[in-house]
Design a protein around this ligand. Structure first.
Ligand code: NAP
Length: 296
């Protein structure tokens, strides 16, 4: 079985980006800039934001953190996003979710300028993704596709089952897998909690993608021998972090599989950096408008 090492792959991507950023910064006279808005004291979000700042520093992206108290008003956040949208030193704007109770994320996400939407959550980017047009892609599904690309595991002509239909993982991943391309062109089934025959659906698949949020939910008897299994799940259990797939047993059946941790998590972080550099290049005119990567 091939272990799809997201940690090592993400390190390679960061090193490639570092080289690219150094050249671009010399040419354009400034580094790419990523603004991260963190509201409140959620400990997991604080760790995520710290990691993002560390990743940015490693590749030469300037990070502009905005740490705000949990009782910040919606209008204050709106004004901050407007300011960042207009700031020429900022290429990407990221609103760390979840927000504290009382704040509404949807209107804020829609307020971020689509060309600075490095999370790929703005409806304009999501709509363009669905239509196969160039856009900023959501980082987690982009990380999944990039990992398959780096291991040369094309999905073209294969059957793929995605379990989970969230807007940040499962649904965009199903869209990307169905777009034309070597790492698309799959026949995709999108499963969710109302799928009556989940095990049978998974058993048919050449590729199984799990984004459920339930520890070790996908078991060995749900995976066809030789299938590729990508586990997006991150669940905290007593022993530590585990995925949505029962790694220990599935790894004897699958031909390739991601570990948790060390699989899609680091790839997601790497794709945020890649999106920031892409947004910067477009901002600086190094890319013609709307020539960001369309699909696989
Ligand atoms: P989410 O919004 O809670 O969505 C979970 C999806 O799983 C829903 O579509 C849900 O179906 C489906 N589901 C739940 N129980 C199911 C069942 N018994 N059978 C079939 N489908 C079921 O979660 P998410 O944000 O997509 O995250 C999923 C997992 O990925 C979590 O563990 C999260 O921590 C992890 N994650 C990892 C990364 C990363 O960087 N690696 C990034 C984001 C998320 P319904 O729609 O019918 O409710």
């Amino acid at each position: 079985m091939i272990l799809l090492d997201g940690k090592a792959t993400a390190k390679t991507i960061r090193s490639e980006l570092k080289t690219e950023v150094a050249k671009l910064a010399a040419r354009y006279g400034r580094a790419p800039g990523l603004a991260v808005i963190l509201v409140g004291e959620d400990p997991a979000s604080q760790v995520y934001v710290r990691n993002k700042e560390r990743d940015c520093a490693e590749v030469g992206i300037a990070s502009f953190p905005h740490r705000l108290s949990a009782n910040t008003a919606q209008q204050v956040l709106e004004a901050l996003i407007d300011r960042l949208n207009a700031d020429p030193a900022v290429d990407g704007v990221l609103l760390q979710l979840p927000l504290p109770d009382g704040l509404e994320s949807r209107p804020l996400l829609e307020r971020i300028a689509p060309e600075k939407d490095v999370d790929g959550f703005h409806p304009k980017n999501v709509g363009r993704l669905a239509q196969g047009l160039p856009c900023l892609q959501p980082c987690t599904p982009a990380g999944v596709i990039e990992l398959l690309r780096r291991y040369d595991l094309p999905t073209q002509g294969k059957t793929a089952v995605v379990v989970g239909r969230s807007n940040i993982v499962g649904r965009p991943l199903s869209i990307m897998l169905s777009q034309p391309g070597r790492f698309g062109d799959a026949t995709v089934t999108l499963c969710h909690s109302r799928t009556p025959d989940l095990a049978e659906q998974c058993l048919r698949a050449d590729f199984v993608f799990a984004a459920i949020g339930k520890p070790r939910f996908v078991t060995c008897d749900m995976v066809k021998p030789g299938a590729v299994v990508v586990d997006v799940g991150i669940n905290r259990v007593e022993e530590g972090l585990v995925g949505d797939c029962d790694f220990e047993v599935i790894c004897s059946t699958a031909s390739a599989m991601t570990p948790v941790p060390g699989g899609i998590g680091p790839m997601t972080r790497a794709m945020l950096l890649r999106n920031t550099v892409a947004a910067y290049k477009q901002h600086m005119g190094a890319l013609a408008p709307l020539t960001l990567r369309a699909h696989a």
